[in-house]
Write a protein that binds this ligand. Sequence first.
Ligand code: 5AD
Ligand code: SF4
Length: 473
Amino acid sequence: MQLPNLKEAKVRTKNKINIVKEGFILDDKYKNLGKNKTYYIKTYGCQMNEHDSENIKAILETMGFTESASFDSADLFLLNTCAIRENAHNKVFGMVGRIKHLKEQRPDIIAGICGCMAQEEAVVEEIMTKYKWLDLVFGTHNINNLPEILYNSIKKQKLEVEVFSCEGEVYENIPVKRDSKYKAWVNIMFGCDKFCTYCIVPYTRGKQRSREPKYILEEVKKLVEDGYKEVTLLGQNVNAYGKDLGISYGMAELLRDVAETGIDRVRFVTSHPWDFNDEMIDIIAKYDNIMPYIHLPLQSGSSRILKLMGRRYTKEEYITLFNKLKSKIKNASITTDIIVAFPGETEEDFNETLEVVEKCKYDSAFTFIFSPRIGTPAAKMEDNLSQEEKNNRLYKLNDLVNKYAKEANLKYQDQVVKVLLEGTSEKDENMLMGYTETMKLVNVKADKKYIGQIKDVKITDVKTWSMDGELID
Ligand code: 5AD
Ligand code: SF4
């Protein structure tokens, strides 16, 4: 039993990060643990979690498990959770209730919780008092040890908890079962050292640890060989890539080298405005296969609130960077994240956020009401707005964001754009879906034989969140 510890999770030492080259080796004793058994993983939260689930799936398959065709029939359930806001918590425990119901009919079902919520002390305490019937809980630093955790839980027939609250290591050669045959997530770094005052990520994911360039490039080259068309380089703060490695090689160099592999499309998330340098902008502008799409979280348009958030930039500095990106990168699409009702946010502060949105006219924005996370500095700040006022600010902001999202999309009417056709459309199974270079969702009238290809598409109709189009020959 290894429980999470918030105090330990905060610690940052100068110790060198340990790279575990053979990050996953399966002991013979676990080889048949999943024989004739199926698993079902439900993933919440960001792309990091999506990619972790791809690793978890592959690890389970080394033990003989296969993916279940449906929720009801699985033998093993894992919920890979997100801790970023309170509502994610409620969704997870709703799902736990559904699994309990199944377990009452089939007591041999195994059920576990992993991911960022497993890193939270309060959550694990709650599980140990109210949900003792669960079989396993493991943290974001413990994925590679899943076979042993599972084995112990089955052997002891009781809840097994393994959550390290350490700075973390870098594991190479973890198996992966990718969800797509055309687009792939590639981790370039783990953790975050920015400690924005509202954010739980530096506690749940540990210290910033960049992967060495050679491992990243090997992975991308292999993906190219396997026919992948797109890679998305993943990190909480990708612009700071390499700063912890002590080498003069950063995100600009990495982007250049990944682009040079010849892969059709390179994307990257998420950027922090603080570390966005001119070299990076020039590289993005120079290479046609680096997509002109940048997610640049604003969080607030008030310099006073940005300071309280610990964001390290002012409203003016953000706008300068934004304008530079727009002027240097042809046809750039820029999206953002905004938090409303941060503790102490006045009407004036909020209006400044609206003003920045009016200036930047984002292609799209993810908007959130501040959610206090236990252990973060902002959770202790005084919050005196009513829920009604918080909701009103969010609605007002969303109205503005939607207006500019639609405006940005309208520019595409009758244009011809390149779309990577990924699969059938959710809204109509006779159509395909895919994304433009600028990350716009397009539903396309096209034969299924084009799935996996990048095609020229003429936009025939434009909505706020998607577009329709048809293939041009
Ligand atoms: N409350 C509300 N939103 C948050 N985010 C991160 N932490 C919080 C929080 N405590 C938002 C930020 C971040 C996005 C991933 O989630 O906008 O960029
Ligand atoms: Fe959280 Fe800030 Fe790190 Fe992003 S940069 S993960 S918001 S602490």
